[in-house]
Design a binder for this molecule. Structure first.
Ligand SMILES: *Cc1c(COP(=O)(O)O)cnc(C)c1O
Length: 222
């Protein structure tokens, strides 16, 4: 059995049937995606628009692309017709552009709002005040080309499991709150994208529905 296939099977055993796996193929070639595809994987995560565009012609058409990295407004149009979900929405400006480009393709794009939950200063994402402002704004002026499916967050890059757990737990509480306050318990608002190679078991315990795992499937190429 290939390394990728075996890694996928090990991870799937940990996930159970409520959590979906985004295989993060950034920095890995299309061949790695094809191998994972052969082992049944369909959802792939990339953090750069150019990498999606470069690999897409070489992989099966039913691959679901999830954009998980910081997305510049001027690049949205390049992936609007193909991306299945954007995990990394961190401003109203970006969300508005996604809606515009999706509408041009006669699509509705699933989006997650990326929250800043880590102690490090380098990570992207909204704080709570910005989140509430954004949600209030789109309640008044709905964006027809996007469907907000939930929240995404990256915990601190830390060996301190209790810190990571607190950060995930805080995000789950926020998720539950805005599901009630802003989404009227809408069934489509049901995704919590937390958990990477180093912390996904904690994320699952804290309510993850989508884990984004790269290194543990494909090995390290960063
Ligand atoms: C690279 C990346 C991942 C995957 O990280 P691993 O530690 O390799 O599993 C998950 N989420 C985002 C946003 C990433 O950029």
């Amino acid at each position: 059995m290939s390394g990728i296939k075996q890694n996928l099977e090990e991870i799937r055993n940990d996930l159970g049937d409520k959590v979906r796996l985004v295989a993060v193929s950034k920095n890995h070639p299309a061949e790695a995606i094809i191998e994972a595809y052969g082992a049944g994987q369909r959802i792939f995560g990339e953090n750069r628009v150019q990498e999606i565009l470069a690999k897409q012609p070489f992989v099966p058409t039913d691959v679901e692309w999830h954009m998980i990295g910081h997305l510049q407004t001027n690049k949205v149009k390049l992936i609007a017709s193909t991306v299945s979900m954007i995990h990394s929405v961190d401003s109203l400006k970006l969300l508005t552009e996604i809606s515009l480009q999706a509408t041009k393709c006669e699509r509705i794009i699933d989006c997650l709002l990326q929250m800043y939950i880590a102690t490090e200063e380098t990570k992207f994402g909204l704080d709570q005040k910005e989140l509430f402002e954004l949600l209030t704004e789109i309640r008044q002026n709905p964006l027809p080309g996007v469907r907000i499916r939930g929240l995404m967050g990256m915990a601190s890059f830390s060996d301190d499991a209790s810190l990571v757990r607190r950060e995930f737990h805080g995000l789950k509480l926020l998720f539950d709150k805005i599901r009630i306050d802003y989404f009227n318990e809408e069934p489509a608002f049901n995704e919590l994208s937390i958990g990477m190679s180093g912390d996904y078991p904690i994320a699952i315990e804290e309510g993850s529905t989508l884990v984004r795992i790269g290194t543990k499937i494909f090995g390290s190429r960063y």
